[in-house]
Design a protein around this ligand. Structure first.
Ligand SMILES: N[C@@H](CCC(=O)N[C@@H](CS)C(=O)NCC(=O)O)C(=O)O
Length: 204
């Protein structure tokens, strides 16, 4: 099994690295240079026709794309600790939170990155006014998250660290890196962020 991946700041490969670290496993990784467009080269397009990372390649040649699908596969092989939940209710609530994070936080971050950030200007036709408008969308989403976390829970779903925390941490760190300010003025988010960032897996 091998993970085709990319270094920080790429948030999706980082999700898989954090997930594997929480499971206590080491995935052999082949790093592609996104700057050199190695993810768009013919050999990688054969692994993932969308030209994205991460991709998990199994020993029989099967390729699994999409971060959450890769993490679910790892969870099947290494059930402990359960990061997708261990009952029907837990699994549904964790799925709900992971979707909420990707839609509410991930979408505006991605749209700002694509349409307003100088690093992507040469790659796609940018619509800067739209891109910039995502700053306030993310600010509102972070205020919403802060009110959710203000009830004193340790992690997004109570007292158990899950894939939803990994999803949120990687989006928030990426958003910070590209010049957004998602944590500021949100005390409950700040405390949660410090807690999840202090886990050894977060340095992955
Ligand atoms: N939905 C995919 C998104 C993967 C993705 O966007 N990866 C980024 C790196 S973090 C990438 O490969 N971007 C290049 C591109 O989309 O062309 C997943 O969850 O794995």
């Amino acid at each position: 099994m091998k993970l085709y991946s990319a270094n920080m700041p790429a948030p999706n490969p980082r999700r898989v690295r954090i997930f594997a670290a929480e499971k206590g496993i080491v995935l052999p990784e082949t790093m592609l240079s996104l700057v050199d467009r190695e993810h768009k080269a013919a050999d990688h397009l054969r692994r993932n026709s969308l030209g994205q990372v991460p991709v998990l390649e199994l020993d029989d040649g099967t390729t699994i794309c999409e971060t959450i699908a890769i993490c679910r596969y790892i969870e099947e092989l290494h059930p402990d600790p359960p990061l997708f939940g261990s009952s029907a209710t837990e699994r549904a609530v964790i799925d709900m939170w992971t979707r909420r994070i990707d839609i509410q936080l991930g979408e505006p971050t991605k749209m700002f990155w694509r349409h307003a950030h100088p690093a992507t200007a040469a790659l796609i036709e940018q619509h800067k006014v739209f891109g910039e408008s995502n700053r306030s969308v993310l600010t509102r989403a972070m205020q919403w998250l802060d009110t959710e976390l203000a009830d004193g829970r340790t992690f997004l779903i109570g007292d158990r660290f899950t894939i939803a925390d990994i999803a949120a941490l990687t989006v928030i760190d990426f958003a910070t890196l590209i010049g957004l300010d998602p944590v500021a003025d949100n005390p409950a988010v700040t405390a949660w962020h410090a807690r999840v960032s202090s886990r050894p897996s977060a340095s992955s």
